[in-house]
Ligand binder design. Sequence first.
Ligand code: FAD
Ligand code: AMP
Length: 476
Amino acid sequence: MADFDVIVIGGGPAGYVAAIRCAQLGLKTALVERWLNKTGQPALGGTCLNVGCIPSKALLESSEIFETLDKQGKQHGIKATSLEPDVPQMIKRKDQVVAELTGGIAGLIKANGIEWLRGQGLLRPGRVVDLTDLKGKQSNHSAEHVILATGSRPIELPAAPLAGERIVDSSGALDWESVPKSVCVIGAGVIGLELGSVWRRLGAKVTTLEALDTFLPAVDGQIAREALRQFQQQGLDIRLGARMTATKLNKSSISIDYTDAAGAHKLRVERLIVAVGRTPNSESLAAPEVELLLDERGFVHVDEQCETNIPGVYAIGDLVRGPMLAHKGSEEGAAVAQRIAGQDFHVNYACIPNVIYTHPEISWVGKTEEEVKAEATDYSIGLFPFAASGRAKAMEDSVGLVKVITCATTDKILGVHIIGPHSSEIIGQGVMAMEFDATSEDLAQIVFAHPTLSEALHEAALGAEGRAIHIPNRKR
Ligand code: FAD
Ligand code: AMP
């Protein structure tokens, strides 16, 4: 008999959710996790809680409060004689938030009777997991089922090797204790934009180099153009079609070489953030005899229900295909646990929300206008600008818009795209509508509280039918 029903390797949002759901379903479960936090203590929560979603949002919140008070305080009737960021306190608060949340996960693991095997796991044939514990001691543990959830790590660029506090990846950029005068961010993806925003708000001059000519290619074009305009107005210097080719560490600065359509250029900054994407942690996860199949980019190959080529071995989260998002991994974790327990696997990959937590926030679900057009679907669009939202005006935060895309024949909602205040909260309603196969008429018939930002979604749905109230409707 195996030692466990299920062993989960990796305790990030994919793995710890899988473990909790397995335990809830009565399966004897172990969770293998090797993470040591800043104080050298073992910690759960993976990238998301320790160096990803949560700490970035903590610093985005602190820096946004600072910038709002600094730039809009007077208008709101708040006088302050002097305002300056206390960066060590911001970092301390961020670390406290992380400690509370990771401690909470450890509590949940214990409360659910899950055995936390602290250390590095390696899959061997026959669903045996070799554990090298934090002191280097080896042991092995067998299971009926193994769930691989070892996540991902930042991609490194040989042309910009990490160098202490001066050239950092996303984790390093969450720990600076002072505001650099100038920062270059390589990569205008989600992480680069969020981290660039934090340090710009706190006073750094931020230049972002992006190799692609298109800004945010996965985002609806209209929303991406508006986002670029807003970020540039805020002072974020985003250079598109600009590929970093080399860096040099000088005594007190970094020289960066990059090329664009006009030729070769040099940039000199105090600090550099490399944010060029993430790569799956798949190479030292399984012994070669296991013959675990990977795809050409190193992601573990899985079927539509997250089973690998090895029977009884599953893989979830950033380690496998699909968007590298915490909630996508968590849903896969819960679904795999249910599958193991003989229940249904359910993840609706067409309805996974995406959010960029800049200001304004950018959120979307479903298809972009470009995708709908490419499919030759006959579609309608409903648009509502936050400039016409009473709540947004009252907040002094009325930049952006809501865009609802519907099928012109069935009225079914195909996509919801928002750039604007707290859009990360509004998008949930779009996700719910799409999950329930709603039409814009369904959304139009729902009563939304006034004044709320969500009313903009209501009005955009009305607009798709040419009957918005608070803006003139376009001729149909
Ligand atoms: P991870 O969170 O990477 O966890 C994997 C765990 O496995 C790690 O703890 C690792 O130590 C452990 N592990 C690896 N190998 C082994 C081994 N052999 N043995 C034992 N343990 C092992 N996503 C969002 O949805 N929203 C956001 O706002 C967001 N913001 C982000 C901001 C930043 C700066 C970054 C870097 C990422 C952000 N993400 C965000 C992405 C999100 O963090 C990831 O999608 C998510 O953490 C993936 O979860 P996971 O469980 O698959 O992997
Ligand atoms: P993401 O994968 O969404 O985090 O985005 C990372 C971005 O970094 C992508 O848009 C890449 O085009 C960009 N990128 C990768 N390498 C370079 C480079 N050498 N110079 C500038 N941008 C880069």
